[in-house]
Design a protein around this ligand. Sequence first.
Ligand code: ADP
Ligand code: MG
Length: 655
Amino acid sequence: MEKISVAVRFRPSAAGDPPADRHWRVQDKSISLVGPGSGVSFAFDHVFDPSYTNAMVYDLLIKSIIQAAVDGFNGTAFAYGQTSSGKTFTMSGSEEEPGIIPLAVEDVFRTTKMTTDREFLIRVSYMEIYNEEINDLLTLGSQKLPIHESLERGVFVAGLREEIVNSAEQVFELLKHGEANRHFGETNMNARSSRSHTIFRMVIESSKRNPMNLGDVSNTDAIRVSVLNLVDLAGSERIAKTGAGGVRLKEGKHINKSLMILGNVINKLSESGRQRGHIPYRDSKLTRILQPALGGNSKTSIICTVAPEEVHIEETRGTLQFASRAKRITNCAQVNEILTDAALLKRQKLEIEELRRKLQGSHSEILEQVILKQRNDMHKSELERERLAMELEEERKARETLELCIKEQQRKIENLSSLSISSYNTSISTQQKVNSTIMFDELSVSRSDVFRTPNFKAMADDFVVKRPSSFKTVDSNPIPENFDNTADKDLWMQLNKGCITDLDTLQMTPNMKHQSLPSLEMSREPSVDDEISSKRHHSLETDCGFDREQLEALREKCTIRERECSLLREEKASLVEALSLSKQDNEQFRAQKEELLKELNTEKQKMKELKEEIRQFSLAFHQREGLLTSIYTKSKAMMENLNASKVSIPEVCDS
Ligand code: ADP
Ligand code: MG
């Protein structure tokens, strides 16, 4: 159990606008209001004055959540405050001063790279809640997505695109893409951005890396799955102040509604356990998505941004109240480990690991890209299949309900026809049964009630029935011969399922005191009841026909869905095939590489030998050169000697 971390951040005051700091006093980590409402003091985990940069805010408040997310804890950080108080600046930042989202993304990849004993799979999604509708910011036109809940995935946005990523740069590209989609068709980007909530989500899956056998994923391997939500909320100012009308007013109402529900949820959570009661998470999409972050399984930080100008003093007071309530919320975060196939990592690991191992050392970036693309394609087709399966299930349920409805109506029709026959029979035998009584309070109501099996059953305890004597001779009589002609109530219920068609007598048990039936002589002519019955009969038959048509349409839809499902299965099979083909390509690449390496080695060897030859040759050359030089020197000396002796001989001869 740990408290949510809450910080208040003041943005610098607008140029020429004096700050309203005479209305409050900041002391270390608490803020006290001066003037009206003075004496109120709020304590927080941090109070950031305008000198704090985004990086400092990140280090002090968010970094620990990001590290924990890599370790398997869910994490959430969101910025709350009025428009222009610095929420987007805090969450996204600027080129010069990156905000929490880019800092967190870089930190996640840095930390996962350093965690060498674990294998990671990271996927991201980016959505917007605008006018209480969820739009996918990574897929243009993917709007009004529904929220679903399943045992394995918990609360999730169905159909939301999730992209598998392996670098911070890829995430930044996606975010840029998302921002472009967000503003598509908008004339006033700022107006829109401050009127919608955005949720950037990273799902981090990891498993222990087995250095001996990288491809081994045994069933007992626990996969950690954590969800990190980084949220930039819409402005929390009051509409009255902005003077909005038309579309803006509608937007404002939605923002106010979802922020009001967020406030309600936070108020409820800040109450102590006993008073708390129901927490209205389901009242808005925002609180439903943030449910684990608020009082659940998540480490959560809230940054409440404040505009320091005097004109905003009321909003500031509201923001501080929100922040101080949030400060009282306790969460219980735990590492999420799963052993089932719900973890995407587990399902993809075997196939991908093999490919990756082959790639190790080859540094083939293109092949890494191919793998990433195939991972994404596989993931997408899985998500699509999941969505279709869900639709199929819903349609199946609808069909079942319809079938039940049709059965019920058919039973009613049967009962109605039986009643008509019964009433006809009764009218014939009226003379003998003048004193017959029926237990219903009001004929018109009670007769139709009879057709509702449960009501009828409830009444069955109170009477017994006598079978018509004529039934003894009828072959198809479902009642065994050896029963006497007074059926007990259980047998009656069992055999006739609450139907009174076969009866020509209704006898009340003595302890029943009910209104008498009006004289049945009156029913000789077609009675008003008969007319009502036949009308009802007719309308039920029409309903039935309509339901049948609907059922038929649903069946057709189901068949189409099943066909789509099988197409997807085929697509998956072809993807798997493509994957195996690329594995083969890889194999070929590797073989080629090995061959090239071999050739390279041979060439290297040859070169070595040649070098050796050259070395020896030059050695011999130098030796020869030395020898020749010495011969040359010697012969030169001899020549000189010879010349000298040539000169001296004639002199000798002359003398
Ligand atoms: P919000 O998202 O709450 O509507 P913004 O983040 O868009 O508000 O901030 C409004 C303006 O104030 C922007 O121009 C932004 O650059 C500026 N700003 C907000 N906070 C800071 C800050 N801490 N330092 C510098 N400029 C800020
Ligand atoms: Mg903003």
